[in-house]
Design a protein around this ligand. Structure first.
Ligand code: HEC
Ligand code: HEC
Length: 170
């Protein structure tokens, strides 16, 4: 319930003023208002990869972009598939969680406490807005951080590209 309120508040902040359609200024329509944070028509698990991709392009990406830019317009102004799927998304066929994503350590570990003190605002936003919204959009209950973030470093070498370098695009 609380997250719904947060989402509504974010939407009001994000979509403020855009109601006046006939002003013709930007003509931007809110994806959240237009489609709603609702599940897909058929269960996610039963959708083909092609249908999943369409759903990502047509609904998840625009709605998530709206949520992320409402949270921090500067940081997430060019929010796109790559922010969740990583630069390597095509090579790994959009497998999630993307290995290059920030690692969310298991709860109760020193790493988890470190994350809370380093990224208090991000974690709050992730807990209250991003995770529940993604769960609703996929129609999956109890969606967790692990849907998007790895919980440990990849087994290979420890040369994980850091987030900033993985963000630069060609
Ligand atoms: C907010 C994060 C986010 C954004 C933005 C996003 N995705 Fe996804 N995507 C996911 C997650 C999480 C999954 C896996 C869902 C699950 O099965 O639990 C996924 C799954 C997929 C899949 C299915 C992969 C498979 O084999 O099952 C495809 C294809 C895909 N995304 C493409 C895209 C494309 C293309 C874009 C940009 C238009 C995009 N995604 C944007 C989070 C995101
Ligand atoms: C739907 C996908 C998704 C889910 C679920 C999710 N996150 Fe995120 N998270 C992201 C994206 C996208 C970013 C921004 C990555 C970027 O800046 O490129 C991010 C960024 C972060 C950051 C900031 C990292 C940095 O280097 O700036 C932290 C911390 C974080 N998430 C923690 C969490 C926690 C804790 C949870 C669970 C409560 C969670 N996330 C759930 C997609 C997700």
């Amino acid at each position: 319930m609380k997250s719904v309120l947060v989402v509504l508040a974010l939407c009001i902040a994000a979509c403020g003023g855009s109601k006046s359609k006939d002003s013709g200024s930007t003509g931007k329509v809110s994806a959240i208002e237009a489609m709603g944070i609702t599940p897909p028509d058929s269960p996610w698990d039963e959708m083909s990869v092609a249908d999943k991709e369409f759903y990502m392009i047509g609904k998840i990406n625009p709605i998530m972009k709206e949520l992320f830019t409402a949270h921090d317009a500067e940081e997430y102004g060019d929010f796109d598939c790559v922010d969740c799927h990583g630069e390597e998304m095509r090579e790994i066929n959009f497998k999630m969680p993307a290995p290059s994503m920030y690692i969310v350590p298991p709860e109760g570990t020193p790493g988890h406490r470190g994350m809370l003190s380093t990224f208090p605002d991000e974690v709050k936003f992730m807990q209250e807005v991003v995770t529940p919204s993604m769960g609703k959009l996929l129609g999956i209950e109890d969606y967790t951080c692990a849907g998007c973030h790895p919980s440990e470093a990849p087994k290979k070498k420890s040369t994980v590209p850091n987030k900033k370098s993985s963000k630069t695009r060609g």
